[in-house]
Design a protein around this ligand. Structure first.
Ligand SMILES: C[S@@+](CC[C@H](N)C(=O)[O-])C[C@H]1O[C@@H](n2cnc3c(N)ncnc32)[C@H](O)[C@@H]1O
Length: 203
């Protein structure tokens, strides 16, 4: 069963609020779409010096922006690994279980709006992310149906989450209040499986 919630505030802040509750110092996390590195820095702060953030983007400019943001904030370079590669290939680089994965789909703000996430590689990356998430871990996906190709991508993401086994995955869709068809929305997917350990407490 997919829960739907309507919120007044920022969907990105909502994603951050939920991730803060899950991540602990020493955890591993993934920013699947580096962009300008805002989410990367957020994740790096959550996991601290003992943790590790893996980041992916197909644009070298985004990898550079994110690296600079981390550097400027004083994050030690051993606490992150950034790759100029598609998130669809994340499994090649992530050999450990991770506690949070963030996707912020679409194009690089301030960059080339023609370079956008693509439906099929997004779904391949979501499959890889699901495989890597530890019990109690969280995956967040910001969808933007308003730009060219965004609605088709969002539909494929919806098909993907529809097929997740509800015994193992707690799925919530956050909408903005008074949303239209083109309004962005957020998926959160929590691993509630008991296969790898204790299930998370209800809340
Ligand atoms: C909305 S931006 C991300 C914003 C970012 N999270 C931030 O905090 O600034 C989306 C990013 O996805 C990247 N992207 C597009 N296709 C990708 C792919 N296959 N793998 C990884 N990143 C991709 C784009 O280059 C763009 O930088």
């Amino acid at each position: 069963m997919i829960l739907e919630k309507s919120i007044e505030g920022s969907l990105l802040l909502q994603a951050h609020d939920l991730i803060v509750d899950v991540l602990e110092h020493g955890d591993a996390a993934v920013d699947a779409t580096l962009g300008n590195g805002h989410d990367t820095l957020f994740l790096a702060r959550c996991v601290g010096r003992a943790g590790k953030v893996f980041g992916f983007d197909v644009q070298q400019a985004a990898v550079g922006n994110a690296g600079k943001r981390l550097d400027d904030a004083g994050v030690d370079s051993c606490c992150y690994a950034l790759f100029c590669e598609s998130h669809a290939d994340m499994a090649l680089h992530i050999t450990t279980k991770v506690k949070a994965v963030m996707f912020n789909l679409g194009y690089l703000p301030g960059g080339d709006k023609k370079i956008i996430t693509q439906a099929h590689s997004t779904v391949a990356a979501l499959s890889a992310a699901i495989e890597s998430l530890s019990c109690g871990g969280i995956l967040t996906v910001m969808c933007y149906p308003g730009h060219d190709g965004g609605a088709d991508e969002a539909d494929l993401v919806t098909n993907f989450v529809d097929e997740l086994d509800e015994e193992d995955w707690r799925v919530t869709r956050y909408n903005r209040a008074e949303a239209r068809a083109s309004t962005p929305y957020l998926w959160t997917i929590l691993n509630v499986s008991q296969k790898n350990g204790q299930p998370p407490s209800e809340g």
